[in-house]
Design a protein around this ligand. Structure first.
Ligand code: SF4
Length: 184
C-alpha cells in the first residue's frame, strides 16, 4: 500500500507560543466605526491598485475601503466576500504585512500603509453582527460539485474554486477542513 501524500499534514506541529505569536493579529482590537471611517479615508483609491494585485484572492481593496468611508459597510463586506468567501477569516490570519499592506502606496507617502486587514475585519464582522438579507443567492442545483481542501489562511488561494459565482451557478461547494474551525 502506498504512503499517503498527506502524512505530514497534522495539527499542533508548532509550540503553543508560536501559534500565539502568529495569531497576534487576531488579538488586535477591532476598529470602532469612527476609526474605520478615518482609516478608510487614508486610502488613495489608487487606479490599478497595487494592494489588489498583491492580494492572492484579488479582493477589490479600494472599492471596499471606499464603501466603508461612505458608510456602506454592508456593501464593503459584499465586495470582499464576492472575491473571497473566507474574507472574514483571512482578515485575521492573512499576512497582510507582506501582501496588500506591503504594496500600499501609503507606505511611500506616510510610512504607514492603510490598515487593510483591520478594515476588512471591520466590514466582515459588521456583516456577521447584522446579517440581514443574504448577499448571494443560490441557483437551482446543477449536480456539479466543487471540493476545496483546506480552510486556513494558506489554502485561501484554493478559494478560487469556491467563489460565490460557483454557488450562484448551482454548484455544491464543500469545504474540507481538518480542524473544527476554519482558519485554525
Ligand atoms: S494601495 Fe493603499 S492607498 Fe492605494 S488603493 Fe490600496 S489601500 Fe488604498
Amino acid at each position: 500500500m502506498s504512503e499517503s501524500p498527506f502524512h505530514d499534514v497534522k495539527p499542533g506541529r508548532l509550540p503553543a507560543a508560536a501559534y500565539a505569536q502568529r495569531l497576534q493579529a487576531a488579538e488586535m482590537p477591532a476598529l470602532t466605526p469612527m476609526q474605520a471611517v478615518i482609516e478608510a479615508e487614508r486610502c488613495l483609491y489608487c487606479f490599478d491598485a497595487p494592494c489588489q494585485t498583491a492580494c492572492p484572492t484579488g479582493i477589490d481593496v479600494p472599492s471596499f475601503i471606499h464603501r466603508i468611508a461612505d458608510g456602506n459597510v454592508r456593501g464593503a463586506a459584499q465586495a470582499i466576500l464576492s472575491a473571497n468567501p473566507l474574507g472574514g477569516m483571512c482578515a485575521r490570519v492573512c499576512p497582510t504585512e507582506v501582501l496588500c499592506e506591503q504594496a500600499c502606496l501609503r507606505n511611500t507617502h506616510e510610512d504607514k500603509p492603510a490598515e487593510i486587514g483591520l478594515l476588512q475585519r471591520y466590514a466582515t464582522d459588521h456583516l456577521m453582527a447584522h446579517p440581514g438579507a443574504p448577499l448571494f443567492s443560490r441557483a437551482p442545483a446543477t449536480g456539479r460539485r466543487v471540493a476545496v481542501v483546506g480552510a486556513d489562511g494558506i489554502s485561501h488561494n484554493e478559494m478560487e474554486d469556491a467563489k460565490p459565482e460557483h454557488i450562484a451557478a448551482g454548484c455544491n461547494v464543500l469545504l474540507h477542513a481538518m480542524l473544527e474551525r476554519a482558519g485554525t
